[in-house]
Ligand binder design. Structure first.
Ligand SMILES: [Cu+2]
Length: 153
């Protein structure tokens, strides 16, 4: 009984250690780990998106299913921005063992980039479809940081 109480207190304290995630973590599609492990990442095509106040350039991307991509998100603005699309990150395989990839999934499908910096992830588009992309910072999508990313078959 007493031990159970101690465990509960420890769990409660651990839960208060950091701010809660804004969005729930992403589960990659079935088979994503196997597809990522079988991918030759040296063939990845670089696709760059530049974020500024308040837009994405380009705002619309089309990627081909089965073609590896190095998605490079550059923040050319003067404040933090993110490139967020839960639907897109549920449709791709990310390269395993990449710290940025793990952060993106943990953050609910969001690539967070401080002002003046860049982040990149290696990914394999798997499931065809079209998804909204936003900057999830308050009001940024309304001000223009919104777009689409499409995976074509
Ligand atoms: Cu923003």
């Amino acid at each position: 009984m007493r031990r159970a109480l101690v465990i509960l207190l420890v769990l409660a304290a651990a839960g208060c250690a950091g701010p809660p995630p804004i969005q729930p973590p992403i589960q990659p599609p079935l088979g994503a780990a196997e597809r990522a492990a079988a991918t030759d990442w040296s063939t990845a095509e670089t696709v760059t998106v530049t974020m500024e106040e308040f837009d994405f350039a380009p705002s619309e991307l089309t990627l081909r299913a089965g073609r590896p991509v190095r998605l490079r998100i550059v923040n050319g603005g003067s404040r933090a921005h993110d490139w967020t699309s839960a639907g897109f990150f549920r449709a791709v395989a990310l390269r395993q063992g990449d710290p940025v990839s793990a952060q993106v999934l943990q953050a609910g499908g969001s690539i967070e980039v401080p002002a003046g910096q860049a982040r990149e992830v290696l990914l394999l588009p798997l499931l065809p479809g079209s998804h909204d992309v936003i900057c999830a910072k308050p009001l940024h999508a309304t001000l223009g940081m919104a777009g689409r990313v499409t995976i074509s078959p």
